[in-house]
Design a protein. Structure first.
Length: 344
């Protein structure tokens, strides 16, 4: 098919997409990039993937990349979930200037299209007011909180994509991302408001494996769109094959809401030892889920997207298989000194 350069390939989404493209029959040659050198990609996918060190905030580091590329995938940037403390300059440098550098590389390399990841925080003002989120509603970014400057810079970066589409004819596909569920070894520290935090669904999985009680907070029938990483990768492939006329913003989702109660029970049934089932405790005094789902009719019609992991059972059954396979163990061993090996 050609050469695809993935910025942010060492992140969660980048690892899964690289694996999908480098093991598919489509024939893509994948050039993975990241800020730290690694032998993982060339070792894991010989002849199909290579690695180039690149910091998107450093224009000089782009000189190590191929002169020609067919598709550019832009997953790199600064995220609140990985930021200790608070540094608004980091968001500006990585998400705005970094995106400009990526787009300039796409222009120079002759890429026909760019895939960009937008944050669902650009719809913050709809939370609690709308359950169904459409693709092209007016933005409503937050102007306070740890996601404020982040969302502002992601919107500026998305607008740069539209500028390069109009000025240089580079088709741009902006994918609006809620939380994407996937297995990864617990190597990176997560942050909320700049302080260490724990992923709630991963904590529930750990508790279910230990046979501990699981809590359902607030209204048990409120919930969220439960989007699995492999459906996200499918949408990326759809964007890579779509006509340039399909350039635009797309929700990444399943098209329906999964109630929190159903998600918790699916985690219990998947990860419990049958001899030690978890007790389900209801805590109606706690806060409700954000309560939304992503309308994906536009992606179905224009990209041919067909979500597969549409129930919590399907999501967590495959999540468990990924724990057992642990396909990125070699990368995490090289990078962090731990493989996150699954123990049954």
């Amino acid at each position: 098919m050609g050469t695809v350069v993935i910025f942010g390939a060492t992140g969660t989404l980048g690892l899964y997409l690289t694996d999908r493209l480098a093991t598919s029959d489509a024939g893509w040659q994948v050039v993975a990039t990241g800020r730290r050198a690694t032998s993982f990609f060339s070792d894991a996918y010989p002849g199909r993937a290579s690695f180039c060190t690149c910091d998107i905030t450093d224009r000089q580091s782009f000189e190590s990349l191929p002169e020609r590329a067919d598709v550019v995938v832009h997953f790199a940037g600064a995220l609140p979930a990985y930021m200790k403390g608070y540094d608004p300059y980091r968001y500006i440098e990585a998400n705005v200037l970094g995106t400009l550098n990526v787009l300039e590389y796409a222009r120079r390399s002759g890429a026909s299209r760019v895939l960009f990841t937008q944050t669902i925080s650009d719809y913050n003002g709809y939370f609690g007011k709308r359950v169904e989120l459409l693709d092209d509603m007016p933005r409503k970014v937050p102007f306070s909180g740890d996601h404020s400057v982040y969302a502002i810079t992601k919107c500026a970066a998305e607008d740069l994509c539209w500028n390069y589409r109009e000025e240089y004819g580079i088709a741009a596909y902006s994918l609006r991302l809620p939380n994407i569920y996937c297995y990864m070894p617990e190597a990176k520290t997560l942050y909320h408001d700049g302080v260490p935090a724990t992923s709630s669904y991963r904590l529930m999985i750990e508790r279910a494996m230990a046979g501990e009680a699981l809590e359902v907070w607030g209204d048990p029938r409120k919930g969220m769109d439960l989007i699995y990483v492999k459906d996200f990768c499918q949408m990326c492939e759809c964007c890579m094959a779509a006509p340039a006329s399909a350039s635009g913003t797309y929700n990444v989702g399943t098209g329906h809401l999964t109630a929190l109660e159903d998600m918790v029970r699916a985690i219990a049934s998947t990860f419990n030892d049958p001899t030690a089932p978890s007790e389900i405790i209801y805590r109606p005094e706690k806060h409700d889920s954000v309560n939304y789902f992503m309308n994906v009719d536009k992606a179905r019609k224009q990209l041919g997207y067909k979500p597969i992991f549409t129930t919590p059972e399907l999501v967590f059954e495959d999540y468990q298989r990924e724990m057992q396979i642990n396909r990125f163990a070699a990368y995490f061993q090289e990078r962090y000194g731990m493989s996150g090996a699954y123990v049954d």
